[in-house]
Design a protein around this ligand. Structure first.
Ligand code: NIG
Ligand code: FE
Length: 424
């Protein structure tokens, strides 16, 4: 059925010709239409314009069975694309949260065998159906907060069967939810305790057993490695990426969260779609990124939650780079998939302008998960994945009102998947 959204206060960001991403100064430029309409047909954005446009009268007259939705006082924006999450996990880690408040660092917790290994122990003993149930609830939660496409990583299994279990849960989420989901194999997330003395043996396992098994079942689109101080070295990362690429998996890696690890350069060398975290990024890393097609992806939720420094978003954008933002939704460093809050953190803590933050959670994050041709902007022919906001004075109000739920309606593939119930 066709859907017409009318009386839209502001429709943005509109594009007459779609671009793969926006970079540098373009990031602060938002094309928009005031007092707009948008026509959805067969799940796609068919057309849009201003309410005084004669095309609107034609649509209303000629389309039989047209459903019309008035968005008076409200804005319509693309649904968020969250290009970096670990939302398939078992249980939670609020005990470590308290340890951190008492003074232990993320790295100290990891060294003691906590952190990622804590989640791995729990995940290994959780049945696949129960893991699906817990993860499905998180997908429903992010849908209500306006996310329409999400990338989900494995990496809490750390043995072949448990990694496959995670990826099968991701596949099931793809089949049972209206979100567009991309799966990433992250067997190289941490070294299990039994491999700590000989980490190469674990790399052998990832390369010769896990990657072929994942590829055999066609369970992943991308390959990730946590390339950082105390985790995987550049050499180990290279071995794993080479094996992944030879099995058709494109890299998308964790880099430079804890140090100048060389991760950014390694990702670029292997044609990574994105390098993510980037708290430790200097002039040299920015220069390499400028010469590449790799999307720098920043995760301010993790910096906020761990009390670590933020990535230098301002320097990157001023140098002409594109920037994407994602939630990193995971039990250890960012237990939230709230992309509107991610925008607020980016604005307040990294001095990104609201317009830059909007491009970073839509078109640029769509690019970072290979979906820019179909997602991330108001462009004719793109998927109708949209958010209708609550009544707001203007776009900047969205990140400004950082604790308010301003998502009224979520439309995915042209269908209304969520509508806020105002009746108490
Ligand atoms: O992106 N940095 C590595 N991995 C996750 C944290 C995972 C965890 O602590 O459970 C991250 O922050
Ligand atoms: Fe992460």
């Amino acid at each position: 059925m066709d859907l017409l959204i009318s009386n839209i206060k502001t429709l943005l960001p509109t594009e007459s010709e779609s671009r793969p991403f926006v970079a540098g100064e373009q990031m602060s430029e938002l094309d928009s239409i005031e007092n707009a309409w948008l026509h959805i047909s067969e799940g796609k954005i068919r057309n849009f314009g201003t309410m005084s446009d004669p095309a609107l009268t034609r649509i209303r007259k000629t389309m039989s069975g047209l459903q019309e939705l008035s968005a008076s006082g409200k804005m319509v924006i693309p649904a968020f694309c969250d290009s970096h999450t670990h939302l398939v996990y078992a249980g939670s880690r609020e005990g470590e949260y308290t340890d951190k408040i008492r003074g232990l660092s993320y790295e100290e917790i990891a060294k003691r065998g906590g952190g990622i290994l804590n989640s791995a122990a729990l995940l290994r003993e959780t049945h696949e159906d129960e893991l699906y149930r817990q993860s499905h609830a998180r997908v429903k939660e992010i849908l209500k907060m306006g996310t329409g496409a999400v990338e989900i990583k494995s990496g809490y299994g750390l043995d072949t069967n448990s990694e496959l279990k995670m990826l099968r849960v991701i596949r099931r989420l793809k089949e049972t939810t209206p979100l567009d989901i991309r799966a990433t194999f992250l067997g190289a997330h941490s070294f299990p305790l039994e491999y700590r003395k000989d980490t190469e043996r674990y790399v052998d396992l990832v390369v010769s057993e896990m990657i072929p098994a994942v590829s055999e079942e066609g369970l992943a689109d991308y390959i990730d490695v946590f390339c950082d101080r105390g985790f995987f070295t550049v050499k180990q990362t290279e071995r794993i990426l080479e094996a992944g690429i030879s099995h058709g998996l494109k890299p998308k890696i964790h880099a430079n969260e804890l140090d100048f690890s060389g991760g950014i350069q390694t990702g670029i060398k292997y044609g990574a779609l994105s390098v993510d975290h980037l708290e430790f990024t200097g002039a040299e890393e920015i220069r390499c990124l400028l010469d590449s097609d790799t999307m720098p992806t920043l995760l301010p939720g993790a910096s906020f939650f761990l009390g670590l420094k933020y990535a230098p978003a301002r320097e990157m954008i001023n140098a002409g780079l594109p920037v994407a933002l994602a939630s990193d939704f995971n039990p250890g460093s960012s237990p939230s998939g709230n992309m509107k809050l991610v925008m607020s953190l980016a604005c307040i803590q990294m001095r990104m302008l609201p317009a830059e933050a909007l491009h970073a959670v839509t078109l640029n994050s769509a690019y970072a998960m290979g979906l820019h041709e179909t997602h991330g902007s108001i462009s004719r022919g793109k998927k109708a994945n949209l958010i209708i906001t609550g009544e707001v004075p203007g776009f900047d109000y969205l990140p400004y009102a950082y604790g308010s739920d301003l998502v009224d309606t979520v439309i995915l593939n042209g269908s209304i998947e969520y509508k806020k119930d105002y009746e108490l």
